[in-house]
Design a protein around this ligand. Structure first.
Ligand SMILES: [Zn+2]
Length: 500
């Protein structure tokens, strides 16, 4: 895969060939620098992150702002976000009869790398178990089963650049028995065989997607059957790996080390990202960027960390700024001093807090643009640090400088959508989003401080249990859904133009 002169070779590659060139690595379990390139797409220097979309958009960032203000070279898209009419009707996206339909449907730039997976990252656990032929999805109108056939047909129709192979993972299940793990390995192997076979049947005049093979979050010996199959029959059919547990990277067989690694191991903090980078992970989707934004938290860190101004100072610096804090109400400084993002170069904290307080969408838009800028600069710093051989020392300094976790959410987020709740919360009664207004006399009981916050539109948030709540509308169809037998569900399951 690596070659001496990748730029020259690139022109000779067939258009669908993904190239992954290792630029620097010091061993199997070490940080590495590489370049992922595909003709027609912007190359991605790794370690890096790609945008994590929801319903085909990075939350709060419209596609024109994506071009102008975010500028990531790739995005991750989940099929479960698009098959909401399935199985009753063909989902609209499959009826969109143009070349490159997924990209055109979600209006991402031509040169953005599109990665398609079955499930969102992180996925919401589904109540129904996967079967030998189907995985459970959470669409916007409820839980559905999707077959391996359907997935392959969807991938062919939608023409993303990269497809993450189906993995049998019982998400949300804490203890998984050995027998179940055996099954995970068997089914994933079958499904990978299925999608590679189906892809090879795609004609030469049609666009072919690259396949990333899932590596299951179980011990190597329990997925050895699957891994052996990958090594014996699939090395020339796969282009990368999708890794669900970064801490099992040391068990990866040598034959698979040269492939790019997409992490689907959800990191909770930048420190966890650094740990994954130190094990040799290449590409990330980072859900905490959007969850920080929803909480009104502007991320505030750099890598390498700044020099400690006062060595006697023992307290560590926070990883983010809670923009709901009243202390920002008159602050005309940028979110982060020195940040070159659109939000920081155009606006100040007081305005952004004003927007949040008024529940004005632009507040979250600006924080989201900033948070992506912070991560972009973070990964640029990580690559420079690996290049100069100071990564381990820089990580140690980072961990000493910053708090280990992101700040707690205090203010309200935007309206909560259906996929943001945990499946066990389905049947719970009560308003899922608090009312936008309340009776005037109800406010009389508030004390002075609370009233001040309320004047800014900030909800006092007296019921912590109501912070992470559900959009009522998104729940339609989820509660009281009838159990439909899989055979009945699958009866009308056909992707248009599916000739395979
Ligand atoms: Zn900024």
């Amino acid at each position: 895969m690596s070659s001496a002169n990748p730029a020259a070779n690139l022109n000779q590659l067939p258009p669908e060939m993904l190239d992954f060139t290792l630029l620097k690595t010091t061993g199997a379990l070490a940080p590495r620098l590489a370049r992922l390139s595909l003709a027609g797409r912007k190359p991605i220097l790794t370690p890096a992150f790609i945008g994590n979309t929801s319903r085909g958009v990075i939350p709060h960032v419209s596609q024109d702002n994506f071009r102008k203000c975010v500028g990531l070279n790739g995005v991750y898209v989940a099929l479960e976000d698009f098959v909401e009419k399935h199985p009753q009707k063909t989902p609209p996206i499959f009826l969109y009869d143009v070349p490159d339909p997924l990209r055109r449907f979600i209006a991402f730039p031509q040169d953005t790398l599109l990665v398609l997976g079955a499930r969102r990252t992180p996925p919401i656990p589904c109540p129904n178990a996967n079967t030998n032929t189907e995985i459970s999805l959470l669409t916007s109108v409820g839980f559905k089963a999707m077959s391996s056939d359907y997935y392959a047909a969807a991938a062919r129709k939608l023409q993303p650049d990269i497809v993450v192979g189906l993995a049998d993972i019982p998400f949300g299940q804490e203890a998984v028995g050995t027998k179940r793990k055996d099954k995970m390995s068997d089914r994933t192997e079958t499904w990978m065989r299925d999608i590679t076979a189906k892809r090879s049947s795609i004609g030469k005049d049609e666009k072919r997607f690259s396949i990333f093979a899932p590596i299951l979050p179980i011990e190597r010996d329990l997925q050895s059957w699957y891994l052996e199959h990958l090594m014996e029959n699939m090395l020339d059919k796969i282009s990368g790996l999708a890794i669900y547990d970064a801490y099992l990277l040391d068990e990866l067989p040598e034959e698979l080390l040269r492939f790019p690694r997409l992490s689907l191991h959800v990191p909770a903090s930048p420190q966890e990202l650094l740990r994954q980078v130190s094990l040799g992970m290449d590409i990330f989707t980072i859900p905490f960027v959007s969850s920080a934004t929803d909480a009104g938290i502007a991320l505030d860190f750099t890598f390498p960390a700044p020099e400690k101004s006062d060595s006697s100072e023992s307290s560590r610096q926070s990883l983010g700024i809670d923009m709901w804090q009243a202390s920002h109400a008159e602050s005309v400084t940028p979110l982060t001093e020195g940040c070159t993002c659109y939000a920081c170069t155009t606006h100040h904290r007081a305005y952004i807090q004003h927007l949040l307080s008024a529940k004005e969408m632009l507040g979250w838009v600006l924080i989201q643009i900033h948070n992506h800028g912070i991560l972009d600069a973070f990964f640029a710093g990580v690559r420079t640090s690996i290049e100069s051989g100071t990564f381990d020392a820089d990580v140690a300094a980072y961990e000493a400088f910053y708090e280990p976790t992101l700040p707690e959410k205090t203010g309200q987020g935007p309206r909560v959508r259906g996929y943001q709740f945990q499946s066990q919360e389905h049947g719970k009664a009560g308003k899922k989003n608090p009312k936008g207004f309340k009776k005037l006399n109800g406010e009389a009981e508030m004390n002075g401080e609370v009233r001040l916050k309320a004047a800014h539109g900030q909800q006092p948030n007296r019921k912590p249990a109501m912070r992470d709540v559900i959009d009522d509308e998104a729940l339609l169809g989820l509660v009281g859904m009838e159990r439909v037998e899989p055979e009945v569900q699958m009866e009308s399951l056909k992707v248009e133009d599916d000739s395979s």
